[in-house]
Design a binder for this molecule. Structure first.
Ligand code: OOG
Ligand code: MG
Length: 263
């Protein structure tokens, strides 16, 4: 049996990402890879992303809705990193050439105006630090075959980060009822999933506060200007080449992703 270390898992995960190669989860061979270990490996992969020139653009939350927790079989909310290498511009297709098995999910996105540092931050305080809210679509991808993992595995894998697109409509958080904000996930004209902001921990600001407090456990502040993806509101859909996926938000508008060509 291979003897894994935090360092060798970080190396293997970044190699899988670069080579578009999936693998079985590490906990099959290293059951000690728990949540705390997963966060340390995630921090190491972030250090390596930054060392190769990427810049942090913000934070992504995962498994903040029951739909996502049930689908993935993991009920621990996750915090992970977004970098500029993951940004998609409107009109850009899903980068199939760089991803293994991309899936798309609708997310409510915050852009921070103020720096915030936990612990003890409430949803109300968190929302007061937000500059704007937008609709978004995350393209998740997993370095684990068929997205099969435990909480420790997926945290190490930067919570299945792939790419993300932020919609063009920006509102002050006071301008809409975020819990009631509905979204439809539409694949080639067919509605596949529906959800509302309340599906994200009751209110997306609760997820934001959780992220701030969780980062504080590791001595990290939420910085002004950071983008926060608050987590898939519904289950994801496959980014099947040739299809178009639209996340249609009631107030925040359409976020459209063409799924590109096979290669
Ligand atoms: C884990 C990542 C979850 C979300 O929004 O829930 C995530 C996964 O589903 O592979 O990004
Ligand atoms: Mg997500």
């Amino acid at each position: 049996m291979t003897t894994w270390t935090e360092d060798s898992v970080a190396t293997e995960l970044l190699a899988c990402e670069a080579e578009r190669r999936d693998r079985v989860k590490f906990t099959d061979e290293w059951p000690e890879l728990d949540v705390a270990t997963g966060y340390r490996i995630q921090a190491e992969t972030l250090r390596r992303r930054l060392a190769r020139g990427e810049q942090i653009t913000g934070v992504k939350l995962g498994l903040t809705s029951r739909a996502k927790q049930e689908r993935m079989g993991v009920d621990t909310p996750l915090v992970a990193w977004l970098t500029d290498a993951m940004v998609l511009e409107e009109g850009e297709p899903v980068p199939q050439h760089a991803l293994i098995r991309p899936r798309i999910e609708p997310e409510i996105v915050f852009v921070m105006r103020d720096r915030l540092e936990g612990p003890g931050v409430t949803a109300e305080q968190a929302l007061a630090a937000v500059a704007e809210v937008r609709g978004g679509a995350e393209v998740i991808d997993s370095r684990y075959r068929d997205f099969r993992f435990t909480a420790g595995d997926v945290l190490a894998d930067n919570a299945s980060s792939g790419a993300y697109l932020v919609g063009g409509v920006a509102l002050d958080p006071s301008a809409l009822d975020l819990a009631a904000e509905a979204v439809e996930v539409i694949v080639d004209g067919q509605a596949v999933h529906t959800a509302t902001g309340a599906d994200v921990m009751g209110h997306p600001a609760e997820a934001l506060a959780m992220a701030v407090n969780d980062l504080a456990d590791r001595g990290i502040a939420m910085e002004a200007g950071w983008v926060v993806l608050t987590g898939g509101m519904s289950d994801a859909v496959n980014a099947t080449p040739g299809t178009t996926v639209t996340c249609r938000f009631a107030t925040l508008g359409d976020v459209v992703l063409a799924c590109g060509r096979p290669d």
